[in-house]
Design a protein around this ligand. Structure first.
Ligand code: CU
Length: 489
């Protein structure tokens, strides 16, 4: 009925009359058996405190529990965090994390929501939950000043995965600072059982400095209006789900991802490299699509995907608008452990040289005008700090934040015997790329590093940074050395 009241408010009686007619022929239109036609009639029995979790984890499934009064207590915290190595950002959060705490309910629950705004916060906030049928999705009833709390309640009428976000003006800025999360409304009897469940949410960030520019970076309103994102990330920061923070599963298990997109601006082309989604709840609703490669998740929208992992390895989760993945941070990892299955995936069976143009790795025309003389001299410290930025922008995605690499895929640069043995060879690799088998710290790698499009001074700086980090031999790589290697070709 709330829905009708809202319609009356907005359109007046004529529209309501039309709607009353059309709503009679509401069809049962999807392939999920568990959708109840009128959830407002589901009775609640008993009450419970909701379990809230920080990403990438989710609360326990509802299973077949009855509908209840579900009490949620959520605290808003404004706090400084790390966007990427050396870059700080003041996030505004629901529950202390970006995305905010995951809320898990079932259809028919009566949710009693208390929103508390920490006394040390600077601004008022509120919450608009897309799972709410009511004005502002709760925003009008939850507007709360620092040091106060507000309570309101709502009944979950529609099963699905919904975004919640702050809707306090300027709305875009509150969302851009991280004020979003997901609320799941499970159907009667719960979602089908799987082995692993994770919570991932994409967001775009706009900072005064460019990607990787160090220091505390503040929000840039003009870039946000222009939709010119510096960072596009999963779970609030670059590398939130890579390396040691990767999500995990074992061969043979089924994995379900609750994927949201907080925006504020960009649509996600969500893809897992080397996997196919067995099932996708399109837009987080009740329609199931099967055998999907990439699913589109709009800003302020969500999707539930699941798939069985059949072979071991590191599977990379990306926004397939691919520069966002490799240049702006939209990259996460799922590490799957277990036995190989050569029948499903063989690995390299045979390798030969294919050499139509005289080189396995193509090079771009080089900038011959570049000379050492017209470059100002930098100190070692200046080279290292400029090298660190270049590293964050171009090498990090593969060789990882601390040069630790990824086993079987990207060799380590930290304490690398291969790197330290031969500086000319390392320069050559950055200039021209590298393929074929190499041994690094006793482990075999047989992969391809593409040629990096860097100037001579950038190659010198990034390698100087690498050599002066993580236990390497502190070589100072000069532009002259880079030029020599170039000319030797
Ligand atoms: Cu807010």
């Amino acid at each position: 009925m709330k829905f009708f009241k809202r319609i009356i408010q907005v359109f007046g009686f004529t529209a309501m009359a039309i709607l009353a007619i059309t709503s009679c022929k509401r069809e049962n239109k999807n392939n999920q058996a568990t959708v109840i036609d009128d959830a407002s009639k589901i009775h609640i029995s008993g009450e419970m405190e909701a379990e809230l979790t920080a990403p990438p984890f989710v609360p326990a499934p509802v299973g077949n529990r009855s509908a209840k009064k579900l009490k949620i207590h959520m605290e808003i915290l404004e706090k400084e965090g790390t966007m990427t190595d050396g870059v700080k950002y003041v996030y505004w959060t629901f529950g202390g994390s970006v995305p905010g705490s995951f809320i898990r309910t079932r259809v028919g629950d009566e949710v009693e929501f208390t929103l508390a705004n920490h006394p040390e916060n600077k601004l008022p906030h509120n919450i608009d939950l897309h799972a709410v049928t009511g004005p502002g999705g709760g925003a009008t009833s939850s507007f709360v000043a620092p040091g106060h709390e507000k309570m309101f309640s709502f009944k979950t009428l529609n099963p699905g995965l919904y975004v919640y976000h702050c809707a306090t003006a300027p709305v875009g800025m509150h969302i851009a600072n991280g004020m979003y999360g997901l609320i799941l409304v499970e159907p009667e009897g719960g979602l089908p059982k799987v082995d692993k469940e994770y919570y991932i949410m994409q967001g775009d960030f706009y900072t005064k400095g460019e990607y990787g520019e160090p220091g505390v970076q503040s929000f840039d309103m003009q870039k946000a209006i222009d939709e010119d994102a510096d960072y596009v990330v999963f779970n609030g920061k670059v590398g939130a789900l890579t390396g040691d923070n990767a999500i995990t599963a074992n061969v043979g298990e089924t994995v379900r991802l609750f994927v949201g997109n907080g925006g504020p601006n960009l649509t996600s082309s969500f893809h897992v490299i080397g996997e196919i989604f067995d099932n996708v709840h399109i837009e987080g609703g009740s329609v199931l699509n099967k055998n999907v490669q990439t699913t589109s998740i709009p800003a302020g929208g969500a999707a539930i995907v699941d798939f069985k992992v059949d072979v071991p390895g590191t599977f990379i989760l990306v926004d397939h608008a691919i520069f966002r993945a490799f240049n702006k941070g939209a990259l996460a990892m799922l590490k799957v452990n277990g036995e190989e299955n050569k029948a499903l995936y063989s690995g390299v069976v045979q390798e030969g040289i294919y050499n139509p143009e005289g080189g396995t790795i193509q090079t771009m025309p080089t900038d011959t005008k570049e000379t050492v003389e017209n470059k100002s001299k930098k100190t070692l410290q200046e080279k290292i700090s400029s090298g660190k930025q270049i590293y964050t922008n171009t090498c990090f995605a593969c060789h990882q934040a601390n040069g630790e690499g990824i086993s079987n895929a990207f060799p380590p640069l930290a304490k690398s015997d291969y790197l330290n043995a031969d500086v000319k060879r390392s320069i050559d690799i950055v200039l021209n790329g590298k393929s074929g088998e190499i041994m690094v710290n006793g482990a075999k790698y047989n992969s391809v590093m593409t040629k990096q499009t860097l100037t001579n001074s950038e190659v010198a700086d990034v390698l100087t940074y690498v050599y002066n980090s993580w236990g390497n031999n502190k070589t100072n790589v000069t532009e002259m050395m880079v030029l020599e290697v170039k000319n030797a070709h």
